[in-house]
Ligand binder design. Structure first.
Ligand code: ADP
Ligand code: MG
Length: 376
């Protein structure tokens, strides 16, 4: 169990001096466009109000001493020497990965004391990992005067997970944490990294509910899905599934199962992202709901990344007239659900859904968005 982050010792108590730098980066919720990023496709994430907070101060030597307020009793100060980063130390791999990748890219940092805390739930599909990477990179940029723009920070964060932590993620999470803010969605082409901010129309607001079932990306399932996409692309003669025209879908469906269904998810999901952006821009609320529900069905049946608890939350959403649509968000195998509701109706609907979820499931659902006013 994680101890309440508020009970943790302060930076000053642990390190005997104040921090030099204090920065934050948000978690993210993906409105639509799931498992499309590592296929070169489109995504539409938003920042959530929950953030990861980094306090740090440079040291005279080459040590990194790191503490996470989220890890309670296990959250003692962990230590390593710059240049001696070694994978396999749990959460510290994300910190070691950052200094390892910076050095590999020719960016020099010295030793530092690090304190971090997050109110993004860990392993719940809301990207606590990217929030940690982006917040730490922002902190090191400021403390050591590194020349890094926000896109570069996102790419470095992705490298940390792929090259050091060993989770072969796409670029969506880090781009969202580094570039999304406020209540606009970030419409991103993951191949070109071109992005545009798309505000939600005034009539809708997001709901985010954590199912309480945690996942692990460095676990096998995500890796298997990614490998299936790569295998399908190779057999269909394209570099990435992004390059496969819709008209080629019948050819894909002739591949041995489940490859055809994996391709169908990626192709239809890319199309749904584009349709969602159109609907948001034109304020076509009626179009939004079916797009989210169709995305969920595609993740559940074709991509097979949902779990019963997530399906239950989506079904409970259907019973709420003010909820337009709902879907699994994030990599899946647990995690969270995103919904779009009529503006002003999100809090009430979310409370009813979570209450029914608690009756029907062994897990406790938590509402992240809309945030209750007492939480800030
Ligand atoms: P997600 O990004 O969806 O939350 P991941 O499995 O990608 O899930 O990343 C979660 C992991 O990131 C945690 O198990 C932990 O190792 C690390 N992590 C993220 N935030 C923190 C934090 N505040 N303190 C310590 N470790 C963290
Ligand atoms: Mg992650």
């Amino acid at each position: 169990m994680h101890a309440p982050a508020d009970a943790a010792p302060s930076f000053e108590t642990l390190f005997g001096r104040p921090p030099r730098v204090h920065v934050r980066a948000p978690g993210r919720v993906n409105l639509i466009g799931e498992h499309t990023d590592y296929n070169g496709g489109f995504v539409l994430p938003m920042a959530i109000p929950q953030q990861t907070e980094v306090r740090l101060a440079p040291r005279e030597d080459r040590k990194v001493r790191a503490f996470s307020a989220n890890l309670g009793a296990k959250g003692n100060v962990d230590e390593y020497e710059l240049g001696q980063e070694k994978r396999g130390r749990g959460w510290l791999d994300y910190v070691q990965g950052v200094t390892h990748v910076l050095r590999a890219e020719g960016l020099t940092v010295g030793g530092f004391d690090l304190w971090l805390r997050s109110d993004v739930p860990l392993g719940s599909g809301l990207s606590s990992s990217a929030a940690l990477e982006v917040a730490l990179l922002r902190g090191l940029r400021e403390a050591f005067g590194l020349t890094l723009d926000d896109v570069r920070i996102a790419l470095l964060g992705q490298k940390v997970e792929c090259d050091f932590v060993g989770a072969p993620v796409g670029v969506m999470d880090q781009m969202a944490s580094s570039l999304a803010h406020g209540s606009a969605a970030l419409f991103l082409d993951t191949r070109t990294l071109q992005y545009e901010r798309v505000p939600l129309p005034p009539g809708v607001e997001p709901i985010v509910i954590n199912s309480g079932v945690t996942h692990s990306h460095s676990g096998g399932d995500y890796r298997v899905r990614r490998a299936e996409c790569e295998r399908a692309a190779a057999q269909l003669g394209v570099a990435q599934l992004r390059d496969l025209p819709d008209a080629e879908l019948p050819r894909a469906m002739a591949l041995p199962d489940p490859l055809g269904r994996r391709v169908r998810h990626v192709l239809t999901e890319n199309a749904r992202v584009l349709a969602t952006v159109r609907a948001l821009r034109s304020g076509d609320l009626a179009a939004l709901g079916p797009l989210l529900y169709d995305s969920h069905a595609s993740q559940r049946d074709d991509y097979e990344v949902s779990v019963p608890e997530i399906d239950l939350l989506v079904d409970l959403a259907r019973a709420e007239p003010d909820v337009l649509g709902a879907r699994l968000t994030g990599g899946g195998f647990g995690g969270s659900v995103v919904m779009l509701a009529r503006a002003g109706k999100g809090a009430g609907a979310a409370a009813r859904i979570v209450a029914r979820y608690s009756e029907k499931s062994a897990h406790k659902g938590t509402i992240l968005v809309p945030e209750s006013p007492s939480e800030r």
